[in-house]
Write a protein that binds this ligand. Sequence first.
Ligand code: C5P
Length: 238
Amino acid sequence: HRTAAVIPAAGRGLRLGPGAPKALRALSGTPMLVHAVRAMTRSRSVSLVVVVAPPDGADEVRRLLDEHTAPSETSDVLVVPGGETRQDSVRLGLAALPDDVDSVLVHDAARPLVPVETVDAVAAAVREGAPAVVPALPVADTVKEVRVRDDGGPEPVTGTPERSRLRAVQTPQGFELKVLAAAHAQVAREGDGATDDAGMVERLGVEVVVVPGHDEAFKVTRPLDLVLAEAVLARRRA
Ligand code: C5P
């Protein structure tokens, strides 16, 4: 039984403002991606990490990882070039897994501070037989559904889902490898706009279960998230 982690890190990170691809931007002097890789290698359940780099940045990413991680840590980190969309990038990461891997965690480079306990909990749930597992938290905000307008005008509200039944989903998301590979193969045929891997698995009719997520597994998306990430790191050092 072997679990690998795939880290899609090929996004441009446009919402974060101008600059390097998001995964390569520094948090307390260390690229976000390096934090994310360490978060995976720290888990004893993960024996191999595949980093999916920006399509033209695989060499740079390899260099950064060699520079920032100890040799024993890097020995089990592969780097492959990514694709146009997150789905393409994950698919390319899955294609690089050796045959003896039977379960996989997919973790956003943009969630660099996920605690090892969360990684372990997801991996354990998969090992105990769940085909698909997501870490998630209750939502603080009330969430509205709207009719999207592209002209900048006020968007009419079309519904308010009951908040107590909503969960905000994080990563790593854990899967039996053959289930996730089947989901990606189906989406490659049909195409769709899934924003996470579990969403694709749900469409196969496979049950996805939730384990508790963690506040520190938040996604670094907007500039304010960088402030929060630096504060979390400062608190960990204290
Ligand atoms: O854009 P979003 O925040 O959903 O991206 C989530 C993760 O997917 C990030 O770690 C990003 O680097 C990755 N991604 C990718 N390939 C793309 C687009 C996004 O690996 N083409």
